[in-house]
Design a binder for this molecule. Sequence first.
Ligand code: SAH
Length: 223
Amino acid sequence: MRNQDSYRFQGLRNRLLDTLTSKGIRSVKVLKAISRVKRHLFVIPGAEHRSYEDIALQIDENQTISQPFTVATQTSLLDVNPNDKILEIGTGSGYQACVLSEMGANVYSVERIKKLHDKTKALLKEIGYPQIRLKYGDGFAGWPENGPFDKIIVTAASPVFPEQLGKQLKIGGKMIIPIGPENKVQELHLYTKTEPYKFELEKASKVKFVPMLNGITDRHKIQ
Ligand code: SAH
């Protein structure tokens, strides 16, 4: 059955935690959450043996599950507290959503590729995360019916600050997002909302994400 763990995977997860620590991840809360999520369940069949290496891996539909270091960095910068209401844009494999959920957050996640949304929805139910709310839609529009959110995490690169997402953030809330052109290196931006239309910006590390694209698709390939 899918929800299987093993001593071998547990050992590899511990090694991954050491790697993340040696690369500068300090948040015990984040490391604990990563130690609880079985990343080998989120990769495509056949890639399980590489799932605890600190690398991004291909998932379906030409998308990627982010590198654990990137997940840890984004999650640390977001400063997640239990019961935070968090919106994620780019559900992908669901791995990042589960890390947030393990930190006690209430997670809402939006994905624009129907096939990935459907697959991840089934997976999260099967492996014990039925509480994560998933939506098939265009992340540029956010999820206004469930806003405002304490935190927003965008896991695809946007060329610009997405205005609609900014509106769905609480005052005092934070958004972490890779900003920059497609297929080039981007920069992680951490925005803190200080007033209705005002954000403070802190720039963090350089990163490489797949692009945040407009609109939704139920096709099997992105154009
Ligand atoms: N957080 C994911 C990483 C996924 S990669 C994980 O942990 O596995 C980025 C994802 O963002 C892809 O699945 C891609 O289809 C999705 N995406 C890109 N543009 C989007 C948009 N406008 N709205 C919602 N999802 C989008």
